[in-house]
Ligand binder design. Structure first.
Ligand code: GRG
Length: 293
């Protein structure tokens, strides 16, 4: 199976699970549930849940719980997108090719939808225990995901990003921001697959190192696309980073590109302990090296 076929299959199973897990659009309070569905079910790349599913399959994780874990990761990601777009944060007007959640539903509903999604993500992990998934493993998955989001994870990255504002930031701070805002959820996504597949510590460490490097490379390519891409292809505002320090402004377009390639090389070398089993992850890394959207 090619990587494209594998990714399409994973995206489809995650989308089906999300549709099933999310409250129906007409369930009261319907505006809130519409708002939750609006961002999660909009067209996104689903790269984080795909990472969960590829890692889980690599370690023969049971399929249904693996897909649910991928859906939980995507709900957290969508929650972070809604929050990130709010006027008090990045104040972005366009997301996933549509008006941002707060522009479509109002700020208070958007905020509550983001909280509803977070809650639902953890409820989904709490429902994993079954003969195939002992409760300690579901608990470990929840602990990893909570750690990735919390005040030492995405939230830390966002706070430092907001504090930096438009002042010039050094490379170390920029790396801190994005290894937290983006990297931490990539790592958790990969680790959830490894946890459900009962990977050995060395194997879990390998996928976590892979995801750490891939997450940062993904963010750098995001900066490059913001600097060089267009709204129609990306489905979100471009040149949003104007006035802010990004990898592209700090290192120049070529410098940022070579940094992202270097990180992808590191990601691929992290897979060595996995031998041939790491091939789908290596292919995934190469799609990010070449990404245009
Ligand atoms: C409590 C969940 C939570 C978060 C609070 C708001 C916040 C802290 C963090 C913001 C994190 C964030 C939105 C980082 C940007 C990461 C990024 C590269 C987003 C774009 O991801 P893609 O390109 O988007 O995968 P699609 O739409 O394809 O899924």
């Amino acid at each position: 199976m090619t990587l494209e076929e594998r990714m399409a299959r994973h995206r489809q199973s995650v989308d089906r699970a999300l549709d099933r897990i999310l409250p129906a659009a007409d369930q009261q309070p319907s505006r809130l549930h519409q708002s939750m569905r609006y961002t999660v079910l909009a067209e996104g790349k689903r790269v984080r849940p795909v990472l969960t599913l590829i890692c889980g399959e690599m370690f023969a994780a049971p399929s249904a719980p693996l897909v649910s874990a991928g859906a939980a990761v995507e709900m957290v990601h969508a929650s972070s997108l809604i929050l990130d777009d709010l006027p008090c944060m990045d104040d972005a007007a366009l997301r996933r090719g549509r008006p941002s959640n707060h522009l479509a539903f109002g700020e208070s509903t958007a905020l509550l939808a983001a909280l509803g999604l977070l809650n639902l993500a953890f409820a989904t992990l709490a429902s994993l225990p079954s003969p195939a998934v002992p409760s300690e493993r579901a608990g470990e998955a929840a602990t990893v995901l909570a750690g990735a989001i919390g005040s030492s994870g995405l939230i830390a990255g966002q706070v430092v990003d907001l504090e930096a504002g438009e002042s010039v930031t050094d490379l170390k701070t920029l790396e801190f921001i994005h290894s937290h805002k983006t990297g931490r959820l990539f790592i958790a996504a990969a680790e959830l697959g490894a946890i459900l597949g009962r990977a050995r510590p060395r194997e879990r460490q390998a996928v976590a190192r892979f995801a750490k490097n891939l997450g940062l490379a993904f963010q750098i390519t995001d900066d490059l696309l913001d600097a060089t891409g267009d709204v129609a292809t990306l489905g979100k505002d471009v040149r949003q980073d104007k006035g802010r320090t990004t990898f592209a402004t700090l290192c120049g377009v070529e410098g940022a590109r070579s940094l992202s390639h270097e990180l992808i090389d590191h990601a691929v070398s992290a897979l060595e302990p996995l031998g041939r089993r790491g091939a789908p992850l290596q292919d995934l890394a190469e799609t990010i090296r070449d990404r245009h959207a």
